[in-house]
Write a protein that binds this ligand. Sequence first.
Ligand SMILES: Nc1ncnc2c1ncn2[C@@H]1O[C@H](COP(=O)(O)OP(=O)(O)OP(=O)(O)O)[C@@H](O)[C@H]1O
Ligand SMILES: [Mg+2]
Length: 340
Amino acid sequence: MKYTTIEGIRLRLSPPDTTKVHWVGQNEVLEQLLACWLVLGEGDLPLCPRLVGKPGTGKTTLAMAAAQKLNLPLYIYQCTMDTRPEDLIISPVLSEGGKIEYQASAVVSAMIEGGVCILDEGNRMSEKSWASLAPLLDHRRYVESIIAGIRIPAHPHFRCCVTMNDDASTYELPDYILSRVQPLIEIEFPPREEELEILQYCIPFAPETLLQKTVDFLQQAHQLHLDISPRDGVQMLRYILKRQKQSSASVDTLWEEAVKKIVGPEGLNLKELQKKKRTHLQNETPTQDLDELFLTNLDQLSSWISDPPPHLKKKFEELLQSEEDKDSTWDEDDWDEDEY
Ligand SMILES: Nc1ncnc2c1ncn2[C@@H]1O[C@H](COP(=O)(O)OP(=O)(O)OP(=O)(O)O)[C@@H](O)[C@H]1O
Ligand SMILES: [Mg+2]
């Protein structure tokens, strides 16, 4: 266990994460992230980008690989809805002999050690918790611990990024936070060759035919805009190979079993699954306002504009009507004859 002292307060540091990862393909996003962390000279500051993409597309792996490339110790803070501001900074813990010690979070440990901190799944965390990191994410580069009564400055080598899932909660963060976690680096599903390489890297002992079958399945899912990720592919392969050790069933039977158990029974017919997803979206009760509805269904938007589903038709009409009302209100009230 490592300790340090700041303003006379002894802090127990969290250990770094030493998991080794290997980033396959998509070199562009790796370079973008590394560029964000460059410091070009005195007066320059590193950026804290947000890595956004569907679940399982490799956001956390990318950030880990970038930290590894810089040879800096890596700290990962798993953000949740329950994360409290003090959890992100310093928490009192009971140590041997019943004494209270101050435990530095992964964020603060990275700040002190000059490491990389990944704020993982940052969109899950409340605004209140984010607010405690606001000074860290701008030119001040420090945090304040209410519990220990100290201010902790970040080491010059400290680097940070946030991973976020591509869902509605990402847009619920207030602008003053989003403006501090810039730029946005989008992680897409990989192209076929790279997806094959990812699976090969994760399961090097998988037979080629099974790898090809899994990649075909994943690529078809990506084309249909279904949320089936490389991670699902890795899990399916692992499951099939484990089941083969105890079962004499054919590969095709085990394949179907794996799809059903990992993606769900609908995964056996991806086109049908896509249709169901569409119908589900169209039948959703429109409880949200239009802005929110559009933001949560961005990939549907262009088709909706030309052919709105029944429940949206009414919303569109209401919107048009309210715009017309605004125009007519302006005509009556805002026209000042004296001015013209
Ligand atoms: N380009 C890639 N290079 C290497 N591994 C990858 C790549 N893309 C995905 N993977 C693999 O896919 C799996 C999921 O990756 P990861 O956990 O980083 O995704 P994520 O986007 O952070 O997911 P979540 O949103 O659920 O946190 C891991 O096993 C990882 O090794
Ligand atoms: Mg992740």
